[in-house]
Structures are given as structure tokens and as C-alpha cells.
Design a protein around this ligand. Sequence first.
Ligand SMILES: NCCCN[C@H]1CC[C@H](NCCCN)CC1
Length: 285
Amino acid sequence: DGWFSELSSMWPGQALSLKVDKILHQTKSDFQDVCVFQNEAFGNVLVLDGVIQCTDRDEFSYQEMIANLPLCSLPYEPKKVLVIGGGDGGVTRELARHKSIEVIDQAEIDGEVPRTSKQFFPKMAVGFDDPRVNLRITDGLKFLEECAENTYDAIVVDSSDPVGPAEVLFQRPFFESMHRALKPGGVVSTQGESLWLHLELITEVAKMCKDVFVGGTVNYAYTTIPTYPSGQIGFMLCAKANDGEPFSFKESRRSPPEGLRYYDEDVHRAAFCLPKFAKEALRGH
Ligand SMILES: NCCCN[C@H]1CC[C@H](NCCCN)CC1
């Protein structure tokens, strides 16, 4: 039997390998290679351009955290949220657990991803079945530039890495368009890469976010997830200023929805406890 190794210039000299029990799907969309294979340890594995996106066994860690760290930090009930990316549907599933939400808009650039997820990851694609979800196959940056200001309580950016279609989602114009689209006090949660692999990038993004979210709050948090390089991944969390109202992501203010397996209040607090080398880098000294 063959093995899949996640070789990438983004993490030189290292690569997670997973045994390929069976290749279930392989295609090339307008944007990227799409592959699904079966692995005895993690179930179905989704790979885009050779990079692991999610697996049956551990996807809940990332999806629950990227959605609940921002939403449970809000001091009020969110009504309108936006997902950029997230074509596998997992983040949408987690947002839909929040009953106060009335509208979940979603902009995913590659229609092949939801199509593939519906066929091979039904437990994630279930997110798209919720009547509040408006999935559009479109470029997230363009979607944001066209949406009215002060529209969303929360925006979740479930992106791939800053190589390929998602590169623009790590740059200033994109964060400025999110800031404009958020209501005062609104929050953003983005796929924020790993402290062990991309601390310089994370530090640059954090600095840029503090400039864009002037008067607001920017924090980095992380979760453990075995199938991402270094076994963990982080989230950049930004809150738009709201008339000088104090705000912090570090305490959850709303109780978590039912049915979670990773996120709770303790995990919320712990997610912001960074190792010394990262704290110092992010504090800018
Ligand atoms: N909805 C799940 C998709 C999550 N996106 C992935 C997050 C991890 C990333 N590689 C790991 C990067 C190394 N820090 C690929 C996209």
C-alpha cells in the first residue's frame, strides 16, 4: 500500500505521512487539485493541492474552536454571520448550532469543495442543509468589497494556507474590508497558522490587525489537531471597537451550544495561554 506525505515548502524538512488504504476521489477544479482518501487512523482525509484540510477523526477540534472562540466571546447574541472559505461545511455546521443566528452567508471560491464534501464528508456538509445558510460560490474578497458596511456580528475565515487561492486572505486589504463589513463590536476569527511553523507570519499579521482594528482587540489562540503540521493550528481573533466598550476574547461570555466534543469554557481560556517564545514575539519584543 502507498503512503501520502504532506510535503510543502511551507514546512521544509518535515512532512506528516498517512497510509492510503483507498483513494476515493481525485479531480482538478478551476483552482486546485482535490483528493479524498481513506486512512485507518483518521477515516476520510480531504487534501487540496497536496495539503491536508480535514479528516473525519479530528476535524471537530478546528471547526468547533474557529467558530466558538469568537461567538462565545460576544457580550450579545449574534444574529448575522459570514463564512469566507469553509467549503467543506464544518465551520458552517458549528455556527448553525447557535440558535440566535438568523443568517449565515458563505463565500467559497471553489464549488468543487462543497461538492466533494457532500459526497465524502456528509457529517461536515450537513452544515449546508440549514435553512439559514446562503452558500455562494464566489471570491470572498470580492464578496466583502461589495457588501454593505456594519453588516455582520461575526466573520469566520476558514481559509487554506497563504500559498495559492488563499494568499490574499492574509493581507491588509482583506482585513480592512472585513473591518468595514463588521458591526461595531463585531468579531473576526481566521485560520491563523501554527506557532511552531509560522511565528514570523503570525507576528506580522497580528501587527497588521492591530493597525486595522484600531481601538479594538486582537488575540491569537490555538487548538491541538493531530493531522495539521506540528499537531496544532492557531486563530487570529479581532474585535472591532465599539464606542470604547472594553472587550477581551479571553473569557467566554455566552454558554457553548449543545453537542460539542472539543470546545468548552476551560478550553476557551486555555487556548490563549501561549508558550513564552510566542508571547514575547506577539508582544513585539
Ligand atoms: N474547514 C477545515 C479546513 C481548514 N483549513 C486548513 C487549515 C490547516 C492548513 N494547513 C496547515 C498549515 C500549517 N500551519 C490547511 C488549511
